[in-house]
Every structure is written in C-alpha cells, then in structure tokens.
Design a protein around this ligand. Sequence first.
Ligand SMILES: Nc1ncnc2c1ncn2[C@@H]1O[C@H](COP(=O)(O)OP(=O)(O)O)[C@@H](O)[C@H]1O
Ligand SMILES: [Mg+2]
Length: 378
Amino acid sequence: MKHIAIVVGIKTDAISIDNFPRWLQDIPDNIFNLSKERWGKNEYGLASDVGIAYYLLKKSFTPYYKKKYTLTILTKKDISKKIFDQFDYIIGLYDPYYYALDTKISENYKKYNHIIQHTKAIFYQSLALQKFVLNKKLYLNILRNHGFPVLDTYSLKITDKMNSTQVLQKIKIYCSRWNTNIFITKPQPGGFGIGFKKWNLEKLQKNYKPLNNYLQKIKELPKIEAPYLLIQNFVPDFEQFYEIRTYWLCGKYSHSLGTIIDPLSLGTSGFEKVKYAYPKNEYPSDDIIEHMDNIPEIIDNKLIQHLKKIGSKIFHLLPEKNPFIFRIDFGCCLQNKNICRDYFISEIEYLPNIFPEYNQHVDIMKRVGDSILKKTIK
Ligand SMILES: Nc1ncnc2c1ncn2[C@@H]1O[C@H](COP(=O)(O)OP(=O)(O)O)[C@@H](O)[C@H]1O
Ligand SMILES: [Mg+2]
C-alpha cells in the first residue's frame, strides 16, 4: 500500500464545467474550490491540478486500486516536512517556483526546496529536474552543444545594480551580430510569458526610458536559481507558424498542441489570445470541435514525426529520464538559408500547462493521472 499526496493550488490552466469529462462531473464544491481560475463575475474554471487530483482520488476507491494506494490532496498550508513525511510520494503540481510566484516571496522557493530535500517522501518532479528546466540559459547551451537546434541566446545577470546604459551597450553588440534592430528580452525562469518584451533598438537609443521602467520591474520579480535576462533575435514567424507543444508522459510521446499566441496579448497581465492546431492523426472528433470558438487548424503528421524524433533524444540529457509529464516546445523558424523551414527547440517544461479545455480529445487530466500512477505504484 502506497500513500500518495498531491499538492494543488495553481488556480490556472482551467477547464469549463460545460466541457468536463464524465468522470469529473460529480466533483464536490469543497474540492473544486481548492484550485479554480476566475474567468468573470461568479464564473470559474476548474484548474487542471485539482482535476488530476480528483481523478486519482476517485480511482483510489476502485476495487483494484483500493489495495494499492491512498490519495490525499494537500494545499500550500500543508507544505511542511512533518506532513510530507506521512507519505511515500508527494506530487507537487503546486511546486516551489509557483509557490514563490503565488506568494510573491522568493524565500518560499528555498523553503519548499529544503523540505523536499529533507522529507522521507519521494517528491515529483524531482528537484534536479526542476533546477535544470528553470535554468533556460544552461539547458539551451547543453542542447546546443549536443547538436539540437536552438535560438542564439545571450544573457545578462539580473542584479540590483544593472542599468539601462550598460544593458543597452551589450544589446547593441548582439543586435549588430544578428544584423537586426528588433529583438526580444525575457527573464528566466519566466513562464506564463512573464516579462516578455519586443524592442526596437533604434527607438530605444532615442529614448531609453521604457528600458529603465522594464528593468525596474524585472528586478522586482522573485529571484530563483540563476536569474538572467535572456536576449534573442525577434523571430517574426512565431506569429505565423504554430509553436508546437509536444507532451511526453513517463518519457513516451503522448500528443501535441499547436499554438499561436496573439503578440499583443503576450507579456501583459490577463489572458493570452491563442489560436490552436492539432496534428492530423490526433485531430479531435466533430462533437468536441463544435464547442470551440474557432475551428482549429491541422498540423502535418510528417512534421510531428520529425519533432518526435528530435524530442525523444532529449531525455537522456535530463537529470530524470522519465518524468511523469514533460513538454518540449518547438518554434519556427531558424534563420538559415534552408528552403525547408527548420523548427527549433524553444523551451522545455517540467510542469507545463496542459490546456484541458483544448485537450479533451485525449482526456489529458486522466492521462496525466495514469502517468503519475505508472511512476509511483507502477
Ligand atoms: N525570440 C522570440 N521571437 C519572437 N517571439 C518569441 C521569442 N521567444 C519567445 N517568443 C514568444 O513568447 C512566448 C513566450 O516565450 P517562452 O520562451 O515560451 O517563455 P515562457 O516561459 O514565458 O513560456 C512564446 O510562446 C512566443 O510566442
Ligand atoms: Mg512558453
């Protein structure tokens, strides 16, 4: 008998009640309320973390599984060694980085990590995997050194002393190497489009005030692991080609979702406006599509085959070979002279948004739940 606990409370990545899979329809209010996303006045979606937890809770009462495991749902108030020690496994869907963002206290990141390090329970995702993924500068370098396609990325350490004159000097050098005036900056660890900004060097040189304001905001973000400001050439194709999010469960390919984020909604607070697409052979059935605001487009299977091949080769570079969930995002296009446009690895995620509303056809919360069982009770 294994005792499993899940920490929830992300309050995002939600699904609307109308689109609940059948197994979710009887979720009681007291569980729903643990993690819901506010959409409007008295309007809420259920966050994916509590959806996954409820799936596992229900399953733990079935004849076969009731002898195998118990499931306890925890929230941030339960993050302590004493409580974690009561379990064999802790699944931290509400993880240390999120804890720091949510509470706006950087120290909470370390506090949570310290508990993970010292508890008797096994914690997933492992700390080693979290740290690897949170350091984008590091993993992009490792990927590049192993021959994976990635964007040229420069980085500046985020310190209290950094100022716009100094930063601008560096950026001028990078832009001349790229032969461009348009570049983007984003802080690491980032996530959720935090701090993403597109710039025009010419305009900046005339008026650097916006950079001053921006740096001020960047300095105020929770400082986690290695805080760097990343600088990349602006890739206009992000607005035209689907960014392809490939999902992997216990190291095996699960499915993909193509997204184009409306650039005007990026890096601002509030919801991003997104266009969706699915691989041809994973395309949802008509009754699911019927309920969507826009008809999603189709991604060529050949492209997915190609990305799967690249993605599958990444896992041996990770500190953990078969995480219960993992996402590899591919962007388009590398700026080279090839006639066929080349996709590159844009980022990797250890607790990705799973878009339950847009992955109903794979019953994504159930799939992740089953993957957690595979990882824990086998
Ligand atoms: N170099 C770039 N050029 C243009 N758009 C970009 C670039 N890098 C990121 N973006 C856009 O910003 C979004 C967020 O960037 P990403 O690196 O995925 O960070 P996050 O961790 O916030 O998801 C991407 O989905 C893409 O739309
Ligand atoms: Mg992203």
